[in-house]
Design a protein around this ligand. Structure first.
Ligand SMILES: [Zn+2]
Length: 53
């Protein structure tokens, strides 16, 4: 069984993780769910869409 990694935001285990868009973030991995939250938050603040996961 492959070892799954944890999302640094919600600590949910997922095999779909990527680095967050924020440069210099202490968060190393982000799951699709948290990405969408980040995306909406970032869009609300900056008016910029960081794109799909
Ligand atoms: Zn997450």
């Amino acid at each position: 069984m492959a070892e799954k990694q944890k999302c640094s935001y919600c600590e949910e285990q997922s095999d779909k993780l990527r680095h967050p868009h924020i440069m210099g973030s202490i968060v190393v991995k982000i799951c699709p769910t948290c990405w969408e939250v980040e995306r909406n938050t970032h869009f609300g603040i900056c008016g910029e869409d960081i794109g799909d996961f």
